[in-house]
Design a protein around this ligand. Structure first.
Ligand code: NAD
Length: 353
């Protein structure tokens, strides 16, 4: 029996999580799975009822389950709240409280969407790599930090255990894939990066089957666009990963296609990359594929059911190959499917796969 907590949040968050739940229901039925699902309020939806974006009750529920599925939070209604009450603060808090130190973002190109990218199809076709970003250390959290009228300062610092645990996770991930890992740093300029590199090489001694390459972040940004197929797994620190995971994701197409997983020692949270998209919220227009692919990542990482994750990816692929498109991935002249129509098609393809 697995326990899943869903926190749909705001805007299209509620629509795409409803799609994900439809897919999970179909999988439960098909594979006779026991998954208990509990829904909780988060973000603006929680603020409107309880006066806070993240209640203790929601946080406790997230701490006492096998996986959390998050939709998206925020919207114009809550934009002018003080900083500490904003949805972004609640997002940072939930990640911190759950100890989610690694963020996984796949950059996978679906053949059917090879024309949706800004890159040439022959450069892109066959791209399938994973960016693993360290999420709770580095310059975003280092002390001292601040600014006055004359100076601004931040501190990039990593503890040995922080680099070791993310490196281990990256090698483990590479072992399950093509056994190639690129560690991205700026060791030619930053001492903190040289330290990162030394530790990654120490951990490598336990995973000699994996081919390890070091790459400077400036070169990596160029390589991701020049020849994305060369990568299998990338691991990098918080700041570089923030930038590289966005570049890597966007070369593959639309925001509506991009899933993610944030993993800690005991907890895991799955969510699409996109926000609450107030411009299309409530209109049955959102692309649910990012969230449905996040469910696939959940089956892979939290439930260790690779075959079900594979079924979900296959159902998404079949649906795209049939020509079905939501507005964000449609070409001019395509007929456009709604959120519920594409969810029904993916669910139907799951049932026959
Ligand atoms: P956004 O990701 O919500 O939307 C950007 C654009 O992409 C919009 O035009 C939107 O319609 C489109 N889009 C996004 N997801 C889509 C999908 N699944 N299908 C089709 N089109 C999609 O980013 P934004 O407009 O900058 O932010 C809107 C709100 O979301 C803000 O309040 C922001 O703070 C919040 N936000 C939340 C998260 C999160 O919950 N993790 C992430 C980013 C932004």
């Amino acid at each position: 029996m697995f326990k899943l907590v869903t926190i749909p949040g705001d805007g299209i968050g509620t629509e795409v999580v409803a799609s994900a739940l439809q897919v999970i229901d179909a999988l439960k039925e098909k594979h006779d799975l026991e998954i208990e699902i509990e829904e909780h309020l988060f973000g603006g939806a929680s603020y409107d009822v309880h006066g806070e974006m993240l209640t203790e009750e929601t946080l406790e529920a997230c701490k006492n389950c096998d996986a959390v599925l998050l939709g998206a939070v925020g919207g114009p209604k809550w934009e002018n709240l003080p900083h500490e009450k904003k949805p972004e603060a609640a997002l940072l808090k939930i990640r911190k409280e759950l100890g989610l130190f690694a963020n996984f973002r796949p950059a996978k190109v679906y053949d059917a969407l090879v024309n949706a990218s800004s890159l040439k199809p022959d450069i892109l076709s066959g791209t399938d790599f994973m960016v693993i970003r360290e999420l709770t250390g580095g310059i975003y959290f280092g002390q001292p930090r601040g600014y006055d009228d004359n100076r601004g300062w931040n501190t990039m610092v990593y503890e040995k255990y922080e680099v070791e645990r993310i490196a281990r996770l990256a090698f483990e991930t590479a072992m399950k894939r093509e056994k190639r890992l690129v560690s991205i740093d700026k060791a030619n300029v930053l001492e903190c990066s040289q330290f990162w590199r030394n530790i990654v090489h120490d951990v490598h001694k336990d995973y000699l089957e994996v081919e390890l390459t070091d790459m400077y972040v400036d070169n990596a940004a160029m390589q991701v666009v020049r020849d994305p197929k060369q990568f299998d797994v990338i691991v990098t620190k918080n700041l570089f990963g923030d930038i590289l995971s966005d570049i890597s994701g966007m070369i593959t197409g639309s925001l509506g296609m991009l899933p993610s997983a944030s993993i800690g020692s005991r907890h895991a949270l799955y969510e699409p990359i996109h926000g609450s998209a107030p411009d299309i919220a409530g209109r049955n227009k959102a692309n649910p594929i990012a969230t449905i692919a996040s469910v696939a990542m959940m089956f892979e990482h939290s439930f260790s059911m690779q075959h079900i994750a594979g079924d979900i990816y296959t159902a998404i692929e079949k649906t795209l190959e049939s020509g079905m498109r939501t507005a964000d991935i449609a070409n001019p002249g395509d007929s456009v499917a709604s959120t519920t129509e594409i969810t029904d098609a993916i669910t139907a393809n799951l049932e026959v796969s």
